[in-house]
Design a protein around this ligand. Structure first.
Ligand code: HEM
Length: 244
């Protein structure tokens, strides 16, 4: 019998054991660190993107100028849009690593469950874990739609990448209320995802006493609400005619 395992003792009776050393990154702690580091990078992007979006309130030329400036960051050291491409590769890598680590951790947690449920219970896993999974899927679908909408312009009524203000205004026009509804759903899902993610990260960083957990809960909630509000204010400003 040949037995490959990570946890078994070096030899058991006559069983031949091959110990495979798991790289530290693939340990549970390593995977959680991958989730935290990639999560922090994504959160930094979300804060910067939200602040950039708020420039819509300073008018069309200011917003379009800002979008143009994004393409010129680092020029002449970098080619035009070079920074944007570095950011794209960085974000995609962070998203893929985040999903990979989450999937491996979830599969391990499931494998560690001693007995499968005989009847499928209504509530399987914690509320937070279930919303993290489905929230993650909604956010991923949203980002794909969002890129086709506001980056490439493929699904946008104006669809001119050089006029982001006009694209945003056309996007959330009252007759396209369903687009605002979809954005709202995705951003609320993002809010739940962030609340749990930030709470978990703060707890891992040492907030483990009941008082610390309570503090982490409040910080995570405030952060998620502020970020959601910062994003949602843009489509609702267009929907209500405040931005036109
Ligand atoms: C209502 C809220 C939002 C508005 C109005 C908005 C607006 C925009 C606009 C105008 C662009 C194109 C920028 C440009 O090419 O100059 C863009 C790109 C992008 N947005 Fe958003 N966004 C919103 C929410 C989000 C959210 C919640 C996420 C992530 C979960 C997100 C992720 C991205 C990404 C990844 C890009 C592509 C950046 C690139 O070109 O590399 N956005 N957004």
């Amino acid at each position: 019998m040949h037995w490959t395992t990570d946890r078994s003792p070096p030899s058991v009776g006559r069983v031949v054991v091959t110990t495979r050393t798991r790289s530290p990154i693939r340990s549970n702690v390593g995977l959680k660190a991958v989730m935290a580091v990639t999560g922090i990078l994504l959160v930094l992007f979300l804060i910067a993107h939200m602040l950039g979006n708020l420039k819509i309130f300073s008018g069309a030329s200011s917003f379009d100028h800002y979008a143009h400036w994004l393409r010129e960051i680092g020029v002449p050291l970098l080619p035009s849009a070079g920074f944007l491409w570095i950011q794209r590769v960085g974000l995609l890598t962070a998203v893929l690593l985040h999903i990979w680590a989450a999937t491996v951790l979830a599969l391990r947690a499931r494998a560690a469950r001693p007995v499968r449920y005989a009847h499928r219970k209504k509530v399987r896993g914690s509320y937070a874990a279930r919303t993290m999974r489905w929230g993650g899927v909604i956010i991923l679908l949203f980002v794909i739609y969002h890129i086709l909408d506001l980056t490439t312009g493929t699904l946008n009524p104006v669809g001119d990448p050089s006029r982001p203000y006009a694209n945003v205004v056309a996007d959330f026009a009252p007759q396209r209320w369903y687009v605002t509804a979809f954005y709202t759903l995705a951003i609320v899902a993002l809010g739940f995802h962030l609340r749990h993610g930030v709470f978990s990260a703060l707890r891992s960083l040492g907030q483990q006493t009941p008082r610390g957990e309570q503090r982490a809960r409040v910080v995570a909630l405030v952060f998620a609400v502020v970020l959601c509000a910062g994003y949602l204010v843009v489509p609702f400003a267009v929907l209500t005619g405040l931005v036109s």
